[in-house]
Design a protein around this ligand. Structure first.
Ligand SMILES: [Zn+2]
Length: 147
């Protein structure tokens, strides 16, 4: 794994390399929209994006925009940097169940400042925020919101 360096000299975290089956997700994120993949045949919504529907094996898919809100399903807080691109520690990574597609779970970093694990709980509401990491890649992340 190589480590990219930003213009200000800081190391970048590992970034995705979009493929044909997830390019739509990254294009939408860059436009500050959160989308998930939907099978064009059986209409089941899924995430992470993949080429083939795990339910009906269709290779046809489309993108549907979500409302960008969800609830904490689980989280993990990192206190030690295991990659030079992760220097703002501690860092909490959430698994979020989307409000409009609760069976769909996304992983993203918790972006609130001054939040500790004591502030977190399963089912706490969050909303997506878009982290423009480079000119090419925007990562959907999350922040706590009032219920
Ligand atoms: Zn399907």
């Amino acid at each position: 794994m190589t480590t990219e360096v930003q213009a200000d000299g800081r190391n970048l975290p590992p970034l995705p390399t979009p493929f044909e089956w997830d390019q739509g997700f990254w294009d939408a994120a860059k436009a500050h929209k959160l989308v998930v993949q939907r099978c064009s045949d059986c209409k089941k919504v899924r995430h992470f994006p993949r080429l083939m529907c795990p339910d009906c094996r269709s290779m046809e898919f489309e993108w549907v925009e979500t409302i960008g809100r969800g609830r904490i399903y689980a989280w993990s807080t990192l206190y030690k940097a295991f990659h030079p691109g992760f220097t703002d520690l501690p860092m909490t990574v959430l698994i979020v169940a989307l409000d409009d597609y609760p069976q769909v779970h996304l992983v993203g970093r918790l972006m609130n400042e001054n939040v500790t694990e004591a502030d977190l709980a399963v089912d706490k509401p969050v909303e997506v925020v878009f982290n423009d990491v480079t000119q090419e890649i925007t990562l959907p992340e999350f922040r706590l919101v009032e219920a």
